[in-house]
Write a protein that binds this ligand. Structure first.
Ligand SMILES: [Zn+2]
Length: 269
């Protein structure tokens, strides 16, 4: 129901503003169960194994961190439907949804030919749909305006979170591995229907001769997990300081322009 969802968002906002509620992050390890994701050079090992291990490492690193709580939306080798993943994040009142994936080059690109990490947020057309959906569910104009504002702010905050994750991954893996923040080129269904900023990260290419084995190594997993954990603590600190991405405090007209009209890439490599 819209009422309860709006109330919970408002509550989370007010609680966060007073510093009382933990900064909850819903981590979503991609794939699981029969949905194995990209293969690796080892026949028994798939993307689903790596994403869960990275998510667990992030959770372990942030365990005991004051004011932070990590919720895993997949905790074992299970097939978890997309709607269950979004429900997990919404019910946890998460302030950030982070879906973790690993890549494989397409047939057109040529297997093994690609490397690097890339980060995805919803395209502007999907944001417009979320805004329209929020307005439709509202009871009156004031509520519709507030709901639309929330949806747009959430989209801007998604981009701010993506930037922070990108910065941390580039710092950890090298800026030559940075393929940029994108809004197309991956299946982004899991980012829809969420009440909070949402980002999907592809940490690297499993079919690349060097990057694949590195990502699967203990050092590789730890490096990626440390970068993601660092981005989460950065975002938490920034919220505590009351600082936001400049874009989110820009006039609505300008803010709109930052996500509209750039379907393929917000910022390329
Ligand atoms: Zn995936």
């Amino acid at each position: 129901m819209f009422h309860s969802s709006a109330a919970s968002i408002l509550f989370a906002f007010l609680a966060a503003a007073t510093g009382e509620s933990p900064f909850v992050v819903a981590l979503d390890p991609g794939h699981g169960g029969s949905n194995r994701g990209a293969p690796t050079a080892r026949p028994e090992l798939y993307e689903k194994h790596l994403t869960l291990e990275i998510a667990r490492l992030v959770q372990r690193r942030l365990l005991g961190e004051p004011g932070l709580k990590i919720v895993l939306c997949r905790t074992g080798d299970l097939l978890v439907p997309i709607r269950a993943r979004t429900r997990c994040a919404n019910q946890a009142n998460a302030r950030l949804f982070l879906s973790v994936h690993a890549n494989a080059a397409s047939v057109e690109q040529g297997p093994g030919s690609q490397r690097g990490f890339e980060i995805f947020v919803l395209p502007a057309s999907d944001v417009d749909q979320e805004v329209a959906r929020a307005a439709l569910l509202a009871d009156d104009d004031a509520q519709a305006a507030w709901a639309a504002h929330r949806a747009r702010t959430t989209a801007a905050d998604s981009l701010a979170a993506a930037r922070r994750i990108r910065w941390r991954l580039a710092d950890a893996l090298g800026s030559d591995r940075d393929r940029g923040i994108k809004q197309a080129g991956a299946t982004l269904d899991v980012l829809q229907g969420l009440d909070m900023p949402a980002v999907l990260v592809e940490v690297g290419f499993l079919d690349h001769a060097e990057e694949g084995p590195f990502l699967l190594s203990e050092a590789g997993k730890k490096t990626v997990a440390a970068a993601l954990a660092g981005a989460i603590t950065d975002l938490r600190s920034r919220e505590l300081r009351g600082q936001r991405d400049p874009m989110t405090t820009a006039p609505p007209g300008q803010r709109r322009g930052t996500t509209a009209g750039r379907p393929a890439s917000v910022s390329g490599p």
